[in-house]
Write a protein that binds this ligand. Structure first.
Ligand code: ADP
Ligand code: MG
Length: 440
């Protein structure tokens, strides 16, 4: 097939792929090339290994279907990595059978939006990928689910590989580590298991909270940790909670975790969420009309994975109804009612009004004091802030004496219940909301 023919064929295939499976379509599909088409086998070259694997994992069937439709032949499609200059670097998960951790091509530093919620974790990951083992060791990232921990780990691997093509990285979930350990004991090849981890340049273990209540694995991990640490190898760990909150983890392990840098990921603010939605849309080569990113960001506040889910719902709706993406379609897809736009309420409006209404001092609302006469108005502040502003739980807690997000969640649930149960209280709260949103 002549070169211009393959370009044209691929263009046609991509148009089909896009319409069959818009969710997995990426902008970088434009960089693909057909390198061979012979005897029913079509080889498509990808810019790197992680992209080839992504296509293999998620898009094989779609490409095959599209290729058959376009060529009219029974074709099978194979994805290969184009760059033959660089030797493929093994990022492996031992034991071999557990399978390699596949680096996700979407999870790069480029596609990671930096905001106040994740500045430190991001910066430390960049530093580590350029100089593993030298600065922050271990790096311990923690935060709620869906805030980007795994994304950053993949990004470190992508970048570390670029900087040092021969670097050896072990990247695995803690569950894989534990299972590998147990199976090594059963099979009597513990030494082999240990060598796999104790000789690498970078060991990355995702979700170490999984070590809770697994005493023997903790012990093994402790020794692995020491071996690597003493050899100045880089260790990166993630968890859903801070080291000291990993109850049921041995004290000496917790103290090891704190030797290096402990960095927290918080829920993103409204502005960061908008930037993330736009970034995700861009990755998929999707044009979002004005207001759609804002709508999604307003609708989904805590989990970034759900932001992406919302985008998927929107374009799946557009696809199935055959309509273009518009603000109205996005609203329908997400089941969002159009709300009357009210004044931009700030935290200080709320705190001021609540302080006046309950006759408590602003400084008390923002203090650590726990007496009931102050705690209740403070909880009302949290509830109003949650409903009337776009601040994240962490930001709201921050304005009210440095409370964490679970305190804010608890306050909102409590006030909501009182609002439902107590008519007088409801009237007071409604009046307060009204004063905050329509100041005289
Ligand atoms: P965690 O491991 O903390 O549960 P993930 O890393 O799996 O979270 O992230 C969930 C999803 O959110 C992923 O698709 C990831 O790309 C996305 N995500 C999280 N944080 C960001 C960010 N700052 N910028 C862009 N995407 C993000
Ligand atoms: Mg994760």
């Amino acid at each position: 097939m002549a070169a211009h023919d393959t370009v044209e064929t691929l263009e046609k295939i991509l148009t089909r792929v896009k319409s069959i499976d818009p969710v997995n379509t990426r902008k970088w599909f434009d960089d693909l090339r057909i390198t061979a088409f012979d005897h029913g086998l079509m080889q498509i070259a990808c810019p790197d290994q992680s992209r080839a694997e992504f296509l293999q994992d998620h898009c094989s069937a779609t490409f095959t279907q599209a290729a058959q439709a376009v060529t009219g032949h029974l074709v099978s499609v194979q994805f290969l990595e184009a760059s033959d200059q660089q030797p493929p670097v093994e990022v492996t998960a031992a034991p071999a059978k557990a399978g390699r951790v596949r680096l996700h091509p979407d999870y790069t530093f480029d596609s990671f939006v930096v905001g106040p919620c994740n500045r430190l974790p991001h910066a430390s990951c960049i530093a580590i990928s350029q100089n593993p083992g030298m600065i922050y060791n271990p790096l311990f990232l923690y935060g709620n689910v869906g805030l980007g921990k795994t994304h950053l780990l993949h990004a470190v691997c992508h970048d570390a590989r670029k900087h040092s093509p021969n670097i050896s990285i072990q990247f695995l979930s803690c569950e894989e580590f534990v299972n590998g350990f147990i199976s090594a004991i059963e099979k009597g090849n513990l030494t082999e298991f240990q060598n796999q981890y104790r000789t690498v340049d970078v060991l990355i273990i995702d979700d170490v909270q999984f070590l809770r209540e697994r005493e023997q694995s903790q012990e093994e991990f402790f020794h692995t940790f020491n071996a690597l640490y003493n050899n100045r190898r880089q260790i990166i760990l993630t968890s859903d909670s801070a080291p000291q909150d990993l109850a049921a983890l041995e004290e000496r392990l917790i103290s090891r975790f704190k030797w290096g840098l402990v960095a927290r990921l918080d829920a993103p603010s409204y502005e960061t969420r908008i930037a993330i939605v736009k970034k995700k849309a861009h990755l998929r080569g999707l044009e979002l009309p004005d207001g759609v990113a804002e709508l999604v960001a307003e609708h989904i506040k805590t989990n970034i994975r759900e932001l992406e889910g919302a985008l998927t719902i929107i374009y799946a709706t557009a696809q199935t109804t055959g309509q273009p993406i518009t603000l109205e379609l996005a609203r329908q897809a997400l089941g969002v009612q159009e709300v009357a736009v009210v004044k931009n309420v700030t935290m200080s409006d709320i705190i001021r009004m609540v302080s006046e209404h309950f006759d408590v001092r602003i400084t008390d609302l923002q203090s650590k004091k726990r007496s009931q006469s102050i705690a209740l108005p403070r909880q009302v502040c949290m509830y109003l802030a949650r409903n009337l502003t776009r601040h994240s739980l962490e930001e709201i807690g921050g304005h009210l004496g440095g409370r964490d997000h679970s305190t804010v969640v608890h306050a909102c649930t409590k006030i909501e219940q009182m609002y439902k149960d107590d008519g007088d209280f409801r009237t007071r709260i409604d009046k307060l909301s009204n004063t905050v949103t329509h100041p005289v």
